[in-house]
Design a protein around this ligand. Structure first.
Ligand SMILES: [Mn+2]
Length: 502
């Protein structure tokens, strides 16, 4: 089958800019009108078929011979003809009626369908799930991060992201001069409840990273940065739409203090409120996005405006980020088809798929993606869907796809991006620990967080070359800098006692 020529209908709607995301306030009619124009590639209808359908009303004949019927018979004219070969004219007409019935019944009907799901606005505690606790109801304390560890020098106390102190309110972020606030967003309705809501819990409870030195660079994120655990954002697990409005408010609140939010999901629906909340503070189209994922997540035309497969489409459509500042890395598997790649091409999106990695090798692809992210000169948001990693590393995810990145490939690109760009935020989504009876998924997710925190710490220290590696850990330099220098008394001793201990 030849390539179809798909023309965008020029109907990029100017959607209302308001606190309410457009997808909630507009109805189905504002769905993008994309005119699909098939390039006339007329294969003549076989004579035997013309004969059989001679008596069909014109409208039914036209339908049968158009692309509309193909989805019912396997996608091609050849398959359609095979199905019709042994049927009588009457049987063919019954088939057409059945196909048309399915199409008609699938449409919105204002007589019988809900265009919006009504809420019980008389509930006395309608907004109760997201009301912030006034400080007056807490014990009195000075604003600022506080630790929840009982011990002075070891773990214990209460598990937090990166073993970091806790902050509850924007005041705490300001008083603590906080660089990065790690915040959980346990939402998984956007992926039909695959268990991503347990992601924050798993990352808090497994081997904490961020608190240790990074051997690649010998930079310790927790020493260079003020990092806090900002708790979880309240989620209404009966409504993705209500939840994301609230997530957007919280992300905005963090970013307004000058702190970088590091969001731990939750499913990928979060990308929409994360980006929109950051755009509320930094400005629309003011930052680029590098999107790591096995799926392109720019789906559309589902009855819900948002799910974990559609955030990219919404964020670009509403102008929070421009397609030309959007970079996709790691796509593979069965989605999208050609029309999805075409949407990306027509919107300026740069994509680096695993097929491209197969062709050019990871190093070349990584270098190009790093250069593209830098050359925009804009601030950067990273959306990291853990399913970009191979299921060997992350079996615990909503929709795993084999053939993905290794941890050894993912770590340097994440660290590099976070060192080379001014980060506005980072989201790590789709960790679904219950799909993984081991703890390796949470462990690897934590080491992606470590890579990002290291990059941000490098930049704060003035190391802006993302490929920087510590000489101490990458070259042994024996014997010159080792036993020889020691014998000649030339070594600067970091810990003179180290060799003296029993
Ligand atoms: Mn995704």
């Amino acid at each position: 089958m030849g390539l179809k020529k798909v023309l965008l209908g020029g109907a990029f709607m100017a959607m209302a800019v308001s606190l309410t995301p457009a997808f909630i306030s507009v109805n189905a009619q504002s769905a993008p009108a994309e005119a699909v124009e098939a390039e006339a590639e007329e294969t003549p209808t076989p004579e035997w078929l013309e004969k059989k359908i001679k008596k069909l009303p014109d409208e039914k004949k036209e339908f049968l011979l158009s692309d509309k019927s193909l989805r019912f018979v396997g996608g091609t004219k050849e398959k359609l003809y095979q199905r019709l070969e042994k049927k009588t004219g009457k049987e063919i007409e019954a088939m057409v009626d059945a196909m048309q019935y399915v199409i008609e019944e699938g449409k919105f009907d204002p007589e019988t369908d809900l265009a919006a799901i009504p809420m019980n606005t008389e509930a006395t505690n309608y907004n109760g799930w997201k009301v912030m606790k006034p400080k007056e109801l807490n014990p009195k304390r000075e604003p600022g991060p506080f630790t929840v560890s009982r011990y002075a020098n070891s773990r214990g106390g209460i598990a937090t992201f990166a073993g970091a102190p806790i902050a509850m309110y924007p005041d705490d972020l300001i008083a603590g001069n906080v660089d990065v606030a790690i915040v959980g967003a346990p939402l998984d309705m956007g992926s039909y409840y695959r268990g991503q809501k347990f992601g924050p819990m798993a990352m808090r409870n497994s081997y904490a990273t961020g608190a240790r030195i990074d051997m690649n660079t010998m930079v310790n994120p927790s020493k260079e940065l003020n990092i806090v655990d900002y708790g979880d954002i309240a989620i209404d697990n009966m409504s993705t739409e209500l939840s994301v409005l609230h997530v957007r408010e919280r992300i905005k609140e963090i970013a307004e203090t000058g702190t970088i939010p590091f969001i731990v999901g939750g499913d990928h629906s979060l990308e929409y409120p994360d980006i929109a909340g950051l755009a509320d503070v930094h400005g629309k189209a003011s930052f680029g996005v590098v999107h790591f994922d096995s799926h392109f997540d720019a789906g559309k035309d589902s009855p819900h405006f948002l799910s974990h497969g559609q955030p990219v489409y919404r964020a670009v459509k509403e102008g929070h980020v421009l397609g030309e500042n959007y970079i996709q890395v790691g796509l593979r598997g069965g989605w999208p088809g050609p029309e999805g790649f075409e949407w990306m091409r027509n919107n300026g999106v740069r994509y680096h798929t695993m097929p491209e990695v197969e062709k050019k090798g990871w190093d070349a692809v990584m270098k190009q993606a790093l250069a593209e992210a830098r050359e925009d000169g804009k601030k950067l948001f990273i959306s990291f869907d853990v399913d970009v990693l191979d299921p060997a590393f992350i079996p615990g995810t909503g929709t795993p796809v084999p053939g993905g990145l290794t941890m050894r490939e993912a770590i340097p690109i994440v660290r590099g991006l976070c060192a080379e760009n001014d980060m506005v935020g980072f989201e790590l989504v789709e960790l679904a620990p219950e799909q993984d009876p081991t703890y390796r998924s949470a462990l690897n997710a934590n080491f992606i967080m470590q890579a990002c925190l290291t990059g941000i710490a490098m930049r704060k220290k003035g190391i802006t070359d993302g490929s920087y590696l510590s000489e101490l850990t990458t070259e042994h330099m024996q014997p010159e800098a080792g036993i020889k220098a020691k014998a000649e008394g030339l070594n600067e001793e970091i810990d003179p006692n180290y060799g003296q201990m029993r």
